[in-house]
Design a protein around this ligand. Structure first.
Ligand code: HAM
Length: 488
C-alpha cells in the first residue's frame, strides 16, 4: 500500500503479476499446511492395535457380558479377578518358549524394583498360579473358575486381532475326566447360541507328551525333504517345534499337510479312549463339531483335547478368527510346582464375538431409554431438579433433560425429538407453589400436580399407557439421535 510498493507493482507485466500472486498463494498455503501439520502432530493418538469401546457398541458388550455371567452362574463357576501384571516367568514357564506369544508378542518390562514383569497375554497361567497360591487343591475338586478382562499381545494388528483385547475364560481344575472337557465345550456353545451366533467346534486330540514325542519325530521326518519349500518361520518350527507347522497359514505348507502323518494315529489307548468319550458326550449334547487333525493351538501347555469355536459361514479365514479356543492342560500346574493336577479350560475372544454380533445385526440398546423429560426454568427449579432426579432413579424411571438450554421452547424441542411420553415442567412459580406440570407429549394436555406426588403419578401413567414400560428400550438409532441432540 506504500507509494513505493505501488510503483514497483505498476512496473510488473501482467504475467509477472500473475506469477507473483501464485507464489504468494503457495507461500500462504504452506504456512497453513505447516500450521495444520503442527496441530495434528500435537493431537493425542491412539496406540496401534488398541481401541476405544464407544457408547454405540455398549449394547452388544452388555448383552455379551451379561450372558456370560448368567451362564457361568448357572453352571456354578466362581468368578476370579486376576492382576494385569505378572512376573514374566509365569508365562515363559507355561506357554512355551517357542510359542509366538513368548517369542515376540509379550509386553515385557522391568519395574522400578527391578522385577521383570509382563502384561498378561492370557489368563490360564494366572488362574493356575492363583489355584496354587490360595491352596485351592484343598477345596472340593474340580475347582470351577471364570474370568473376564483385557489381555495384551504385541501382535500384528488386523481385523479381529488387537494388541489389547478382552477374553472371558473358564477353567476347571482338578478333574481328569472327559465329562469336564465336554461340559466346557457345551458351555461355550450354549453362550454363543444364547447370543445368536451359530458355531461349529473344531476339535482334535494331541494326546500326552509321551505319545507326541514319537509323532513329532515322524512329522519332522515327513517335512524335512520339503525344507526348501518352507518359509523362515516354518523352517524354525521344523527344528524347534514341528507340531506348530500344522498351524501354518502358508499355502505351500497347507498343500503338504494332506500327506502329513496325523496325531490321532499316534495316540495311546488312554488318550484315544478319552477323546472318544469327549466326542460321545458332544454327540449326546448335540453340539456340532468337526474333527480337525491340524488343530494344535498356539500354546504349549495342552494335552489331549484341543478345540476352537469357529463361526458358521465365515469367509474362509476361520482359523485366524476363532471366537474362542481351549483344551486340556494336565501338565501345567505341575510345571508351576503343584502336585500333578489335571485341568481343562477355554477362553472367548470378546472383540471377535462383538464383530460377529455386528455382522448379524445383534445390537440391543445400551441402556433403558427415557420416557420422561425434565424441563426446568431457572436456578430454583434446577435445585429442585437435583432432588427429583434421585427420586425418579429410586422409582426406576429414567429421565432425560437438556441442561444448557434455558428456554422452554428449546427444551420441548429436545423432548419431542427424544420421543418421550411426558415432559415435566418446573418454573419459579411451581417451585414456590410446591407443584409441577406434567405435559402429555401426544395430546399436548398439561396438568398441574403436587410435587410430592409426581413420582407415583408418573409411575401410574407410564404403567397405564399402552405398551409403555418405563424401562422399555427404543431402537439404538433413535437413542443415537437423542444423544446427539443433547450433545449439541
Ligand atoms: P488363545 O487361543 O490364545 O487361547 O486365545 C483365546 C481367544 O482369544 C482366541 O480364540 C481369540 O478369539 C482371542 N484372541 C487371541 N488373540 C487375540 C488378539 N490379538 N486380538 C483379538 N482376540 C484375540 C488362550 O488364550 C488360552 N488361555 C485359552 C485357554 C483357557 N485354554 C485353556 N484355558
Amino acid at each position: 500500500m506504500t507509494p513505493k510498493k505501488t510503483s514497483e507493482e505498476d512496473e510488473l507485466t501482467f504475467e509477472q503479476a500473475l506469477e507473483k500472486t501464485a507464489l504468494e498463494d503457495k507461500a500462504k498455503a504452506k504456512v497453513i499446511a505447516d500450521e495444520e501439520g503442527r496441530r495434528r502432530r500435537s493431537l493425542p493418538v491412539l496406540l496401534r492395535g488398541f481401541r476405544d469401546i464407544l457408547p454405540d457398541e455398549q449394547g452388544k458388550w452388555n448383552l455379551l457380558r451379561t450372558t456370560i455371567q448368567q451362564i457361568a452362574d448357572a453352571y456354578s463357576f466362581d468368578r476370579i479377578e486376576l492382576p494385569l501384571l505378572e512376573r514374566v516367568d509365569l508365562f515363559t514357564r507355561t506357554i512355551g518358549k517357542q510359542s509366538d506369544i513368548i517369542q515376540k508378542e509379550m509386553y515385557v518390562f522391568e519395574d522400578q524394583a527391578g522385577d521383570k514383569v509382563a502384561l498378561r497375554p492370557e489368563g490360564t497361567a494366572s488362574v493356575a498360579r492363583a489355584y496354587i497360591n490360595h491352596g485351592m487343591m484343598n477345596l472340593p475338586q474340580p475347582v470351577k473358575l471364570w474370568y473376564m478382562g483385557p489381555m495384551f499381545r504385541h501382535d500384528r494388528p488386523q481385523a479381529g486381532r488387537y494388541r489389547q483385547f478382552h477374553q472371558a475364560g473358564f477353567e476347571m481344575i482338578g478333574n481328569e475326566e472327559a465329562i469336564v472337557d465336554a461340559q466346557l465345550i457345551v458351555l461355550a456353545f450354549q453362550i454363543l447360541k444364547e447370543i445368536g451366533i451359530p458355531i461349529t467346534v473344531q476339535i482334535n486330540s494331541i494326546g500326552t507328551a509321551e505319545c507326541r514325542r514319537e509323532y513329532l519325530v515322524e512329522l519332522a521326518n515327513y517335512f524335512r525333504p520339503f525344507r526348501k519349500k518352507l518359509g523362515e518361520d516354518d523352517k524354525k518350527r521344523l527344528l524347534k517345534n514341528p507340531l506348530r507347522i500344522l498351524d501354518s497359514k502358508d499355502p505351500a505348507v497347507q498343500e503338504l499337510l494332506a500327506g502329513a502323518p496325523q496325531i490321532v494315529d499316534w495316540l495311546d489307548d488312554v488318550s484315544k479312549a478319552h477323546f472318544m468319550k469327549v466326542l460321545e458326550f458332544l454327540d449326546e449334547a448335540e453340539v456340532p463339531y468337526a474333527l480337525n487333525p491340524y488343530l494344535v493351538r498356539g500354546l504349549d501347555y495342552y494335552t489331549h483335547t484341543v478345540f476352537e469355536l469357529w463361526e458358521d459361514g465365515d469367509n474362509g479365514e476361520l482359523s485366524q478368527n476363532a471366537l474362542g479356543g481351549g483344551g486340556r492342560y494336565d501338565g501345567l500346574l505341575e510345571l508351576l510346582g503343584c502336585r500333578p493336577t489335571p485341568a481343562c479350560g477355554f477362553a472367548f475372544g470378546l472383540e471377535r464375538i462383538i464383530r460377529a454380533m455386528a455382522d448379524r445385526q445383534i445390537d440391543p440398546p445400551a441402556r433403558p431409554v427415557a420416557k420422561v423429560f425434565f424441563a426446568q426454568l431457572g436456578d430454583a427449579a434446577r435445585r429442585v431438579g437435583l432432588r427429583l432426579f434421585e427420586e425418579f432413579r429410586k422409582a426406576k424411571i429414567p429421565v432425560a433433560e437438556a441442561t444448557g438450554k434455558n428456554a422452554l421452547k428449546a427444551q420441548l424441542e429436545v423432548a419431542n425429538k427424544l420421543n418421550v411420553a411426558y415432559t415435566l415442567i418446573l418454573g419459579q412459580k411451581e417451585v414456590l407453589d410446591g407443584t409441577i406440570i406434567i405435559r402429555d407429549m401426544d395430546s399436548g394436555a398439561q396438568e398441574i400436580v403436587d410435587m410430592k406426588k409426581v413420582t407415583s403419578i408418573l409411575q401410574r401413567k407410564l404403567e397405564q399407557s399402552e405398551g409403555v414400560n418405563p424401562l422399555s428400550h427404543t431402537p439404538v438409532a433413535d437413542q443415537k439421535q437423542g444423544t446427539d441432540i443433547i450433545a449439541k
